[in-house]
Design a protein around this ligand. Structure first.
Ligand code: AMP
Length: 332
């Protein structure tokens, strides 16, 4: 069987793991990036495209294959084209529209009894420090922090002038939770019927994570452009509550977006100084922070006494499903 993914994001890890699990591997890659990916011997097949429509055709041209989606899929080829993929997709493709819509996304978290930041419908309602976010996975580009409603309005004016948004309604105005970010990575296995923690990471964001290098009286506005990831482990006493969040999330998605979360997902959180975990976002697919753990994380070793990246874990789940004739339970 062929495991296939789109070049970028976590594709190297996914295909490296697929190879370790004994699969034939394939990459769908733009002409511009082909030479980079040719460096890696674990990629067996190249499906090179020059435009995004062709990317979908290439995916659909494969047989006896499973396509593994990642966090950049929709950003790169768009929701409409993704809906035209006929190849079985690992995980739940019905979650994609929920992930792309911030309101629906936060609703799923709330229905899972997960603590989330307060949301403000209009700049006029703002009564505390907030973070203003642009829609879609833009890697934090254009986000800004505002101390009050006046600063929210000024920031929105700048975004409109720079044409970074067309519509104020597209923005998300969220309470800024003071604490430290932690991204809890999970994997739900329908075959083993359990949630595994696969790792924790922190996003390394420019320039906010560089501000501590400057004298504190130098006022620089923070920005949140993701440039990399840093590994983390959590105080063990935090883990029971985040596992509860994860299990609730699996249950809620099963009821509301059947067949529910399958495989990797991530609860993107801020941990406060009272050790409350406030989740401001989730990803329903593999996140780039898992790239830290190509040889397994401090958590994956607790389940698998062998190197187990999330890419490999996906391959393992497909293998387990194939052995039990249950591939349809891990793909949609
Ligand atoms: P996001 O695109 O929602 O993942 O947010 C990008 C970055 O902004 C995060 O990695 C955090 O550093 C920061 N952030 C987002 N939402 C909040 C929040 N409600 N409170 C504090 N920081 C946040």
């Amino acid at each position: 069987m062929l495991l296939l993914t789109l070049a970028s994001h976590s594709s190297l890890q996914i295909l490296h793991g697929a190879k370790r699990e004994g699969f034939e591997t394939g990459i769908v890659v733009s002409t511009k990036r082909e030479s980079f990916y040719r460096r890696f011997s674990f990629i067996d097949n190249f499906y090179v495209y020059s435009d995004e429509d062709q990317a979908v055709d290439k995916i659909n041209s494969t047989s006896n294959s499973v396509f593994v989606p990642h966090g950049s899929l929709i950003e790169y080829i768009g929701m409409e084209r993704v809906s035209r993929i006929r190849t079985p997709i690992f995980g739940n493709r019905n979650l994609f529209p929920w992930e792309s819509n911030q309101t629906k996304k936060m609703k799923l978290l709330e229905l899972s009894n997960i603590k989330t930041p307060m949301k403000f419908e209009s700049p006029e309602d703002v009564d505390r420090m907030v973070i203003v976010k642009l829609p879609g996975a833009k890697g934090g580009r254009g986000y800004f922090i505002a101390r009050n409603k006046q600063e929210v309005k000024e920031g929105i004016k700048r975004l409109l002038e720079k044409r970074l948004i067309n519509n104020v309604e597209d923005l998300i105005i969220q309470e800024y939770v003071v604490g430290i970010p932690m991204y809890f990575q999970f994997f739900y296995s329908p075959v083993l019927q359990r949630v595994e923690m696969t790792g924790i990471d922190i996003r390394y964001e420019s320039n906010v994570d560089g501000l501590r290098r400057l004298p504190s009286d130098l006022r620089v506005e923070p920005t949140f452009v993701v440039a990399g990831n840093i590994p983390a482990v959590a105080r063990e006493s935090i883990l029971p509550s985040v596992y509860e969040y994860a299990e609730n999330f699996v249950r809620t998605t099963r009821n509301i977006v059947p067949p529910g979360a399958i495989g990797p997902f991530c609860l993107e959180s801020v941990v406060t100084d009272t050790l409350d975990v406030v989740v401001f976002e989730f990803s329903g697919r593999i996140v780039a922070g898992t790239n830290l753990y190509v040889d397994g994380s401090p958590y994956s070793w607790l389940y698998w006494d062998e190197p187990m990246s999330v890419g490999r874990r996906i391959g393992r789940e497909i293998n387990l499903a194939l052995q039990k004739n249950r591939l349809n339970e891990v793909t949609t």
